[in-house]
Design a protein around this ligand. Structure first.
Ligand code: ZN
Length: 349
């Protein structure tokens, strides 16, 4: 097995733009590309491998054939039917709809056995004064929220935060959110598509129609009691050759950034797969049978059996994987990190 790269699946959106071409020199098929699915295994978008002996095959075909060699011995049974993560780049040239995702319980019951969705954003680039919507103002009740939708003044009820490159936001199910214009970000999420739109800025699509809203379902799943989320600071760990910053550790994924200045050695020991995305600089990953380059904006899947590898370069990457967050918590507290320090990681309970 070898590190798998994929052909991006581009999605044209009314709010999309050309940032992927400008920032990463991509050859994009239109001037309003909103999403680039970097690793996806869904009916409406399935990644094809672009390198090595599996080139041209879809991710799920390789998983079907190679099984735990890709996913790892700790993979849950359901991962073999449905790859658990969805990795995207989002270019918001205009505002995205204000939306919320359900949790597992609600999605299962109301969306025909679907999964809930929790996601996180890493802001790669942002124009000056760029903003996100990130939660409902404290003390706004469900009734007030519903009235504001009807009266067309929902914006007053929403929390807006300014963002800049490098900011990280964790969006658990039940959190209302939207990306406003001038932001390019990486989105790491559960492989699910259950989205309830509450407000679409009174825009019409290319067909001249308003996009469908799902106000009732959204009102059901928004967590009005939740304390407003704050940006993720993460837990920074200095290791040989690298600064790790563990950002999120929720039951669906763990994400951390790796700031490498010369070289960093790590391994995939057969138990789980890892996904690396280049954020800055250029990385060269050397493994037993070869090497690959990873530029900013590129994503690679390291199969579980890859073994030892070394990353060289002056670069910053984001690494995503799945592991029981309580195990990570125990490991960190065994290493001497305090509860307060560990709680800088979002999603960890
Ligand atoms: Zn979302």
């Amino acid at each position: 097995m070898y590190p798998l790269k994929f052909k991006s699946v581009y999605k044209e959106k009314i709010w999309g733009g050309t940032a992927l071409a400008e920032k990463f020199d991509r050859d994009i098929p239109s001037n309003s590309i909103g999403e680039s699915w970097e690793i996806a295994a869904r009916e409406n978008g399935s990644s094809k491998i672009s390198n090595g002996r599996f080139a041209g095959k879809e991710l799920m075909e390789v998983i079907e054939k190679e099984g735990t060699k890709v996913l790892g011995t700790k993979a849950k049974d359901e991962y073999f039917q449905k790859f658990p993560l969805l990795i995207k780049l989002l270019d918001a040239n205009d505002k995205l709809s204000v939306q919320v995702h359900p949790d597992d319980e609600y999605a299962f019951e109301h969306e025909d056995g679907e999964l809930g969705k929790t996601e996180m954003w890493y802001v790669i680039d942002a124009q000056e004064d760029a903003k996100l919507i990130y939660g409902v103002n404290p003390e706004v009740t469900k009734e007030e929220f519903a009235t504001a939708i009807k009266e067309g003044n929902l914006e007053e009820k929403l929390i807006k935060v300014n963002v800049e490159a490098g900011d990280v936001l964790y969006i658990p199910a039940g959190t209302i959110h939207a990306i406003e214009e001038g932001i390019l970000l990486a989105e790491i999420q559960r492989n699910s598509d259950t989205t309830y739109r509450v407000y679409d800025w009174n825009r019409v699509g290319q067909d001249g129609e308003f996009r469908e809203l799902h106000i009732e379902s959204a009102l059901d799943v928004i967590d009005f009691e939740a304390k407003p989320q704050t940006k993720v600071t993460g837990l920074e760990i200095e290791e040989k050759g690298v600064t790790r910053n563990i950002l999120v550790a929720c039951p669906y994924f763990i994400t951390e950034t790796l700031d490498i200045n010369k070289q960093y050695a790590d391994q995939a020991d057969g138990s789980r797969f890892y996904i690396l995305m280049g954020l800055e600089g250029k990385a060269r990953l050397t493994y037993q049978d070869g090497e690959i380059d990873l530029e900013a904006g590129e994503t690679v899947l390291l199969p579980a059996v890859l073994g030892d590898y070394i990353i060289k370069g002056d670069c910053k990457l984001i690494k995503s994987y799945i592991k029981d967050p309580t195990k990570l918590k125990t490991e960190l507290s065994d290493k001497g990190y305090s509860k307060t320090e560990i709680n800088r990681i979002k999603g960890i309970i």
